[in-house]
Design a protein around this ligand. Structure first.
Ligand code: R5P
Length: 297
């Protein structure tokens, strides 16, 4: 196996390789004067099982183009297999045609990766795990929620109430509760498909005078989390903490979440940010090691 850390995941890719004691193929990465990406592999990948590590957080479109360039390049250079490790999978939230005539973006991205020779995708807490099973490439969706819950447990939040956003996300709260053991529930959310505005419906929550941790896959505009933190605060929680997998948020959004009453916000390093304190390296390295072991039989 040879790891290629893409421009968006240099550190992550190198650390995954280090943990696996795998070889790295460094890349030369520059931009043409008009801003287009130029990528060159610094070593031969012929007959290698290539693993490209490239997250696709902001700027999503550029990071995706670089991923396509690397995968197609590996295909042309006769790599034996190509696996794409895409910790944050851009466009995964557009997982259907919500409105008539809309593009089914997730399918488009996966079709392009397949055309570029990708045989397997490894991702983390993709927005809709079930839909990934219907895609034309084998996609393994790992969960970093236990890592976030472990983080809070180690910080003294054993017995905190685990909360998810939306009933569909309840599994997230259940996964976290397996570690924190303080009970779990969900905050009912509704997103208007045209305006994108999220509203939270009223519901009783078992958080009064307790520590609560709200878990979510993504914080982007912060619209959802700002309302959720204020909601849990109103319900009388002693502390309101946030664990998010993919930190797409700006510093301003982070501060707004703290301003409405969050005691702390942590995220993984799937996308680097000032709150990325939980590493997904062991999660990904372990999945790749198991894949190798299966191949060896
Ligand atoms: C929604 O279904 C997701 O789980 C997140 O809650 C959402 O994507 C967060 O986006 P934003 O921060 O823009 O509200």
């Amino acid at each position: 196996m040879i790891i290629i850390p893409g421009p968006a995941s240099q550190e992550l890719g190198k650390n995954i390789a280090k943990q696996l004691k795998a070889k790295i193929s460094p890349i030369e990465f520059t931009r043409f004067p008009d801003g287009e990406s130029r990528i060159r592999f610094e070593r031969n990948v012929e007959d290698d099982d290539v693993v490209i590590v490239q997250t696709t957080g902001p700027p999503q479109n550029e990071n995706l183009i670089q991923l396509f360039l690397m995968a197609d390049n590996a295909k042309d250079l006769k790599a034996k297999t190509i696996t794409a490790v895409v910790p944050y999978f851009a466009y995964a939230r557009q997982d259907q045609r919500f409105r008539l005539g809309e593009a089914f973006s997730l399918k488009t991205i996966i079709t392009l990766l397949k055309t570029c020779g990708v045989k397997k995708i490894l991702t983390v807490n993709s927005h809709n795990s079930a839909i990934l099973k219907t895609m034309p490439i084998h996609i393994q969706d790992l969960s970093a929620i236990p890592l976030l819950a472990e983080h809070y447990k180690n910080k003294g939040f054993y017995n905190a109430v685990s909360l998810s956003l939306g009933k569909k996300g309840l599994n997230t709260a259940i996964e976290a509760n397996n570690i924190l053991k303080g009970g779990y529930d969900y905050i009912p959310t509704h997103r208007d498909r045209t305006s994108g505005v999220v509203t939270l419906e009223e519901k009783t929550l078992p958080v009064k005078e307790k520590d609560a941790v709200i878990f979510d896959d993504i914080i982007s505009s912060g619209g959802t989390m700002i309302k959720a933190v204020a909601y849990v605060k109103r319900k009388g929680a002693k502390t309101v903490n946030v664990g998010c997998v993919h930190a797409l948020l700006t510093e301003e959004v982070k501060n707004r979440i703290l301003d409405v009453g969050a005691d702390q916000i942590v995220a993984t390093d799937s996308v680097q940010s000032s709150i990325s304190v939980v590493s997904i390296v062991p999660l990904i390295a372990d999945a790749l090691a198991k894949k190798e072991a299966r191949k060896r039989g």
